[in-house]
Design a protein. Structure first.
Lengths: 271, 273
């Protein structure tokens, strides 16, 4: 194959993959705008009625607020737990990183359904608010994503020199970290926060099984609607998809803007 | 040393509270009978009860097929991705990430809208008087559903590996007279095969642990290990948390082993090189 044909083939493959992966989503979006869609190739008519009904429903607002709250809390906890560790590991002690790698395979060896079994066995009868356990557990499960995004932020620059110069100039370690390190990795921090937030915002397994469906987040509401009202559920799924698309758009913009200084990881010696 | 302690403090607290302690208690509980005394009865049930064996078979079947198919497609997809421009690659990786995050309730619902009993596919085939034999609520349907997040996941794992392949190798081997197939078999495959094995173990483990998509798609009608654990935790009168702990302990043990082996394969290869 010449480079040109191989590029054509590659484009065709990616296009095909995209059509495959996007079809269910696209159909759901069309469904959410349609009056009815039974025994016809295209829907009988288009309407915004279902959107009006869902958005004005107080159950939707409550579920949305709960999911947003869960997402924010989790993001804060994940950052507090990981920002100092990833900084320390990258700048002072790269050997720690090999120990931290166990975290990256955690979702595969201990997925949500397994973790929740242990959590219920341990905390079911203890007088600790379940919601607190839930927030901590979701933070733990989103750590791999947080870890990798933050770790990428440290690639390619000499943060140790920067940090130590600040210390020599009389800053306390914490002040130096906030004043010197954070501004330099803000794009990486933002990416890590967005990814953590997204995974917590869409959490289902832990929330449903740990709190027994009493705490209705967006996903649990979506599941309940799915059983009873297809139109409303398609609207909610579309809104959820738009939320993911918005986050992805922000991620793409951040990457395009900040990828310049450490664009090609191949040139990094310790890769 | 004191800074080190301060740095690791929040993470350690989190790991102890919601990972180590619960897993430890879970393992202990798996050896307890309902009255709290030590017993191996739970483990005996897992390997003798037909219903439980069926759950294990279903889980293995769906996961092996879904991850094998997804791996093959992901290899092709990851290769295709490396041929595109840097800017397009970045955008596509984010989009694959997004479509992997769509897994679970939204994916199950979308597939029901598309292929379900009152779905668009049925409406279209009925309008065109075609016969349609796709049953989304079946084992096959579930396996199909899994490919929607396993393919993007596989591409994201494999893409960095394909990026590291040097395009000059191809020219060199062509100059030396190697045919494309020979080049693929002797140069490319030995480099990517260990990674493919590792990615397969990750996709397999991921499929084995999937609860949300399958629960939203089929309820409790297709029993897999996660669905079984869910029923044992949540099932009201039939709830049996010690038994759920037994399944969870076995699951964690086997998956840790598999992922560890997958990881070893790539690492030993890298060290040898």
């Amino acid at each position: 194959m010449t480079p040109k044909t191989s590029r054509r083939v590659a484009q065709a493959i990616i296009t095909f993959l995209f059509i495959y992966l996007a079809t269910p989503i696209v159909v759901t979006i069309i469904y959410s705008f349609s009056t009815t869609w039974v025994k016809s190739i295209v829907p009988s008519g288009l309407t915004l009625k279902w959107y009006g009904q869902l958005v004005t429903n107080p159950e939707f607002t409550t579920a949305l607020v709960r999911s947003l709250g869960l997402g924010l809390l989790t993001t804060v906890i994940a950052m507090i737990c990981f920002l100092p560790v990833v900084f320390y590991a990258n700048v002072y002690s790269p050997s720690v990183k090999s120990h931290l790698r166990f975290i990256t395979v955690l979702p595969f060896t201990i997925p949500g359904i397994i973790l929740v079994t242990g959590l219920i066995q341990l905390y079911a009868n203890l007088p600790i608010p379940k919601i607190l356990i839930l927030v901590l557990a979701i933070s733990l499960l989103s750590l791999p994503m947080t870890y990798q995004a933050l770790d990428n932020a440290f690639i390619g620059r000499d943060f140790r020199a920067m940090f130590e110069q600040a210390l020599v100039l009389g800053d306390k370690p914490f002040t130096a970290f906030v004043k010197i390190i954070i501004p330099n990795i803000r794009a990486g921090i933002l990416v890590a926060m967005l990814l953590t937030f997204t995974s917590a915002f869409g959490e289902y397994v832990l929330t449903n099984l740990l709190l027994g469906g009493n705490f209705e987040t967006l996903k649990i509401y979506m599941f309940r609607l799915m059983q009873s009202n297809g139109q409303a559920s398609s609207v909610l799924t579309t809104i959820y998809f738009l939320f993911l698309a918005l986050i992805s758009l922000i991620l793409i913009i951040i990457m395009q803007r900040y990828s310049a200084p450490h664009k090609s990881p191949k040139e990094v010696p310790d890769h | 040393m004191r800074t080190r302690l301060k740095v690791f403090f929040p993470l350690s607290i989190l790991v102890v509270l919601v990972l180590l302690l619960p897993i430890l208690i879970m393992v202990i509980a798996s050896f307890q009978s309902t009255d709290g005394s030590f017993s191996l009865a739970n483990y005996q049930q897992v390997i003798t009860n037909h219903y439980y064996l069926k759950a294990i078979r279903n889980s293995l079947g769906i996961s092996v097929v879904a991850s094998a198919v997804s791996l093959v497609i992901a290899v092709i997809g990851a290769w295709a991705l490396t041929r595109l421009s840097q800017k397009t690659k970045n955008i596509l990786i984010t989009l694959f990430n997004m479509s992997a995050s769509f897994a679970g309730v939204p994916l199950a619902f979308s597939l029901i809208i598309l292929f379900g009993n009152a779905g668009v596919w049925k409406a279209m085939t009925a309008a065109m008087h075609l016969k349609d034999s796709l049953e989304i609520y079946s084992l096959t349907g579930t396996t199909l559903a899994f490919t929607f997040f396993e393919i993007p996941l596989g591409i994201m794992f494999l893409f960095p590996v394909f990026e590291e392949l040097n395009p000059e190798w191809r020219e060199i081997s062509a100059v030396l007279g190697a045919k494309p197939l020979f080049f693929f078999k002797k140069v490319i495959l030995p480099v990517i095969l260990p990674n493919m094995i590792e990615v397969f173990t990750l996709l397999f483990a991921n499929a084995m642990g999937t609860y949300e998509t399958i629960y939203a798609l089929t309820g409790n009608s297709i029993v897999t290990i996660p669905i079984l654990i869910g029923t044992l935790i949540d099932g009201g009168l039939t709830a049996n948390i010690p038994l759920a702990c037994t399944f969870a302990t076995l699951f964690a043990l086997v998956m840790t082993l598999i992922v560890w082996v997958g990881n070893r394969v790539t690492r030993s290869k890298r060290e040898a090189a």
